[in-house]
Design a protein around this ligand. Structure first.
Ligand SMILES: Cc1ncc(COP(=O)(O)O)c(C=O)c1O
Length: 371
């Protein structure tokens, strides 16, 4: 049926969730980050599987992502982390999505819309403690809390921050961010603020900074089986959830001096058996893998040769013989004793596993293996 497809192992997702939960400080709960189509894994199916495991809070990037989950029948609390403008307010309310508020500008309009619907609408307030991206300055929050009663239809459900360097070599910046955050929380509590939830930790912080767990943690990448922790930090035992496979579409033998693909960047030095695979950069299989990476065929590593094209990639299978048309080629996943994961591809192409997973394009069907 499909020649190129991704399999999503929902039992691996459950395994990774358990590895996260067993590390949580007492009283902390998981808000699963399923933005960017659950890092390429399929947000609806991942959210359903997480709900079966008792996860009742999700985070997405945009109102559009949250609305798609609601349309698919997801009933969990959904936090919108990033993309929020005035024009999103009516959908935010209609789809019962919770906004992360990063500046005061939206509050009057949000309050008015919530009042019209007679809602007590939850909001999360984000503080920039050192990410340099979105959020209130810590010193602005006490005054904001003083002003909040004016917006009668809004209620603060959480105060949050985001850590810039929790997977960095030096824990210093994270420690300073957490210190700033704790100082602010104390100041707010002293002034009588009621803050039901507090959250800060992404995946790396869950492992490395238990003091960042507060009442909710926001794991993304670890749920999907990866981490970017520095060497030396004891890592949880995670299982990659996604495998990416394709099928040998054609085989050809080329002679020394013959070239492969655009611009002739690979010229055979020997008689070479080439397999043509129907996957390319339009599927998210990066062009930076040109002459720079491997796939698994016959349980062996076959090097990618020539430029990766929009819809095709060529590999040298001379040393993986016998290969036949219709054989499976594994781009991410296990085959025999060998394994390639998104971390390997990230290393070959100078990026992070996040980007490899999120880039797998919409034309690659996702096939779900039940938990
Ligand atoms: C605000 C926020 N929280 C949590 C996460 C999850 O991070 P990770 O995938 O490193 O666990 C992200 C991801 O980018 C994020 O933007």
């Amino acid at each position: 049926m499909h020649t190129t497809y991704a399999t999503i192992d929902l039992s691996a997702l459950g395994h990774n969730l358990r590895r996260i939960r067993e590390r949580l400080a007492a009283g902390a709960d998981v808000m699963a980050v399923v933005k960017a189509n659950a890092y390429g894994h399929g947000a609806v199916e991942v959210s359903r599987a997480l709900a079966q495991q008792g996860v009742s809070r999700l985070a997405v990037a945009s109102v559009k992502e949250g609305a798609a989950l609601r349309d698919a029948g997801i009933t969990a609390d959904i936090l919108v982390l990033v993309d929020l403008l005035d024009r999103h307010i009516s959908d935010l309310l209609a789809y019962r999505l919770t906004p992360v508020i990063t500046e005061q500008r939206l509050l009057p309009a949000l309050d008015k819309a919530a009042e019209a619907k007679r809602l007590s609408f939850p909001i999360h307030l984000k503080v920039d403690t050192g990410m340099g991206r979105l959020g209130f300055a810590p010193d602005d929050l006490p005054a904001l809390f003083e002003a909040l009663p004016a917006w009668k239809s809004l209620r603060v459900e959480a105060v949050m921050t985001h850590l810039a360097d929790s997977d960095g070599d030096d824990p210093g910046h994270t420690a300073r961010q957490l210190e700033r955050f704790r100082t602010l929380l104390e100041r707010l509590r002293r002034q009588g603020a009621v803050i039901p939830h507090v959250h800060a930790a992404n995946s790396a912080a869950i492992v490395r900074f238990p003091e960042s767990h507060f009442s909710l943690v926001r794991p993304g990448i670890m749920l999907y089986g990866y981490h970017t922790l520095p060497g030396g930090v004891p890592c949880p035992d995670l299982d990659p959830v996604l495998a990416l496979r394709t099928t040998v579409m054609q085989l050809r033998t080329i002679q020394p001096g013959d070239s492969v693909s655009y611009n002739r960047t690979f010229v055979a030095k020997r008689k070479t058996r080439i397999a043509v695979l129907p996957v390319g950069y339009a599927d998210g299989y990066s062009r930076r893998l040109s002459n720079n990476g491997f796939v698994l065929i016959n349980g062996r590593r076959a090097p990618i040769v020539g430029l990766v094209c929009m819809d095709m990639t060529m590999v040298d299978v001379t040393d993986a013989a016998p290969v036949q048309v219709g054989d499976e080629a594994t781009l991410i996943g296990r085959q025999g004793q060998e394994r390639i994961d998104a971390g390997d591809i990230a290393e070959w192409t100078g990026t992070i596993p996040y980007e490899i997973l999120c880039s797998i394009g919409p034309r690659v069907p996702r096939v779900y293996q039940a938990s």
